[in-house]
Design a protein around this ligand. Structure first.
Ligand code: PLP
Length: 370
């Protein structure tokens, strides 16, 4: 064990996550660990649920942080609502729609993929048509903020159409929560999940999730129990409810960090927070375009918190990205899947969504491009 963690070089995290963690949240992680059944901790857990309801825009009773990252919350969403033989309609316009598909298949579901070109939204009408063509579909799933491309998916029409049927609307809000509006109840979302390490500005480790009453009815009337024991909401309800029954040990200090992150969000106010993300994101996008970068995401559907920018003609992204890290201690992301080698993914998320970070990044970009 030769690494002294105190000597790790800090980085400015402007990639697709994790995002920068503020000192107050790091301090929360260092509070004394309590038992997961300690009445003090249970109060913290209840407040976390309240804070998550505010962030998600929901009154759903079943709202809590999954013990695991955003992918664990995605798996919890799919595992709890799907049974073998069910049909799941999934919108795919990037990596995370693909991951939803893969998970649905592993749950034994029949997937109806509705694909769109990377960088474009999934046409809501196509998803709605697919639901008409498959009236017994159990799930319609889509990604609100596709982190692999920087596209923001419109949800309202899909939500309205799904609400008129027995199907459940599942939405990935991992990169959206705390950065751009999610509005679970207004958008008729039945299952919505996120992660702590993006716009909430908390380290990776928890996956906030919320289930509507319609989703809970479905879960409690399943023919077979959930394929995952660890992520089974019917079992987790025993701990989260008044019974406080042991299921697994909550990651205590991560829950503290999320509590502090939600406190910061409520202090700032959701609207102010959205405006901050929108303003600094648009500013970065404009400045990059002036430097010869081209935006990858469809105009009118660009996420401010995640900019996907194609490099100017003839520039190789890998070595330049490495220089941002080595010479300027700034991390940005490269392309994933179909976009590999072509673009940068720049996150201005949570605590990282600040003008000072845009300034620092732009001067570093100017240096490595010179
Ligand atoms: C990051 C991300 C995930 C996965 O979250 P992890 O914390 O990496 O497990 C899922 N969906 C989207 C849209 C994401 O951006």
């Amino acid at each position: 064990m030769s690494i002294n963690l105190e000597q790790l070089q800090p980085r400015l995290l402007l990639g697709p996550g994790p995002s920068p963690v503020s000192p107050r949240i790091l301090a929360a992680l260092a509070r004394p660990t309590l038992g997961h059944l300690d009445p003090q901790f249970l109060e913290v857990m209840d407040e976390v649920a309240d804070g998550l309801r505010i962030a998600f825009g929901t009154r759903n009773a079943m709202t809590f942080p999954v013990s695991g990252t955003g992918s664990a919350a995605m798996e919890a969403a799919m595992a709890n609502v799907l049974e073998p033989g069910d049909t799941a309609i999934v919108g795919i316009n990037g990596v995370f729609g693909g991951r939803l598909t893969e998970m649905a298949r592993r749950m034994g579901a029949e997937v109806v993929p509705i694909e769109a070109e990377w960088g474009r939204i999934v046409d809501p009408e196509q998803l709605i048509d697919a639901l008409r063509a498959h009236p017994h579909a159990r799930v319609v799933a889509t990604v609100l903020a596709e982190t692999s491309t920087g596209v923001e998916q419109p949800l309202a029409d899909i939500g309205k159409a799904v609400a008129d049927t027995d199907a459940l609307f599942v939405v990935d809000a991992v990169t959206a929560l705390g950065g751009t509006p999610v509005n679970v109840d207004a958008n008729h979302i039945d299952v919505c999940y996120s992660g702590t390490q993006k716009c909430l500005g908390v380290p990776p480790g928890l996956g906030p999730i919320t289930f509507s009453a319609k989703a809970m009815d479905r879960i409690t009337s399943r023919d077979r129990s959930c394929q995952s024991w660890y992520l089974d909401v019917a079992l987790l309800a025993g701990y989260l409810g008044s019974e406080r029954k042991y299921h697994h040990t909550a990651p205590i200090n991560m829950v503290y960090a999320l509590h502090e992150g939600l406190r910061a969000l409520i202090e700032e106010g959701l609207e102010a927070r959205f405006q901050r993300h929108a303003r600094v994101g648009r500013r970065l996008q404009g400045e990059l375009e002036q430097r010869g970068f081209r935006m990858f995401a469809q105009e009118g559907h660009r996420l401010p918190q995640l900019t996907s920018a194609l490099l100017p003609e003839g520039r190789e992204e890998g070595p330049l990205r490495r220089r941002l890290l080595d010479d300027h201690a700034i991390e940005v992301g490269g392309g994933l899947g179909a976009a590999k080698g072509k673009l940068w993914r720049i996150g201005l998320m949570g605590h990282g969504a600040a003008d000072a970070n845009v300034d620092r990044l732009l001067s570093a970009v100017d240096d490595v491009m010179a």
